[in-house]
Design a protein around this ligand. Structure first.
Ligand code: PRP
Ligand code: URA
Length: 209
């Protein structure tokens, strides 16, 4: 699949196995989501541009490479995207953080907007939209629309579990947005939940089951 990166690293698969288990409690679920978000960030930043620089080490001058492209911003989709923020910031601590509030209408499965606060300079930044679950894709498509409407021209979508339906929907609406996922699952059930998935990501993160 073009523009889609499914992480196949053994650490990712092992952590995903524990994340999915129904007897994994909120504390461990949060820790795993954070670690997986860091691993996704490692992959999603692989092509960031570098520029040469010269620094002084205790042994003398050295030619090095430093990040040179656009600054980053992360935008979690509330609620469940919050569980990925710290894992991303651990690797890119200077990133600004915006928030988009969306929930899925249980009857129509369509996203309903309820909050949006984005960095003022978002047009000059590369944005990582964060949400653990890419199910029908409705929430991701809407979040990308909102971020683009604010002026952003460079964005990526990071999730833990992706369904083929969600990937197809996001690519159809926003073919310029690369997708990074820790797992590609089989599909959706009649209620729009990912199978085998991990259940309701927000409820598992926040203990609201
Ligand atoms: C979940 C999840 C995504 C969305 C994915 O959020 O965190 O945002 O569903 O589904 P989609 O791809 O079909 O749009 P939910 O609406 O349950 O809200 P919550 O995070 O507040 O629990
Ligand atoms: N939202 C979730 O939290 N889980 C799913 O499987 C689908 C949407």
């Amino acid at each position: 699949m073009k523009n889609v990166c499914i992480l196949e690293h053994p650490l990712v698969q092992h952590k995903m196995a524990h994340l999915r288990k129904s007897d994994t409690g909120a504390k461990e679920f949060r820790e795993l989501a954070k670690e997986l978000a860091s691993l996704l960030t490692y992959e999603a930043t692989r092509d960031l541009p570098l520029a040469p620089a010269q620094i002084e080490t205790p042994m003398g001058p050295a030619d090095v490479q430093v990040l040179a492209g656009k600054k980053l911003a992360v935008v979690p989709i509330l609620r469940a995207g919050l569980g990925m923020v710290d894992g991303v910031l651990r690797l890119v601590p200077a990133a600004k953080v915006g928030h988009i509030g969306l929930y899925r209408d249980p009857a129509t499965l369509r996203p309903v907007d309820y909050y949006c606060k984005l960095p003022q300079d978002i047009a000059e930044r590369t944005v990582f939209i964060l949400d653990p679950m890419l199910a029908t894709g409705g929430s991701a498509v809407e979040a990308a629309r909102v971020v683009k409407a604010a002026g952003c021209k460079s964005l990526r979508f990071l999730c833990l579990v992706a369904a083929p339906e969600g990937i197809q929907a996001l690519q159809a609406a926003h073919p310029d947005v690369p997708i990074f996922a820790a797992s590609l699952d089989a599909g959706l059930n009649d209620h729009g939940y990912i199978l085998p998935g991990l259940g309701d990501a927000g409820d598992r993160l926040f203990g609201t089951l």
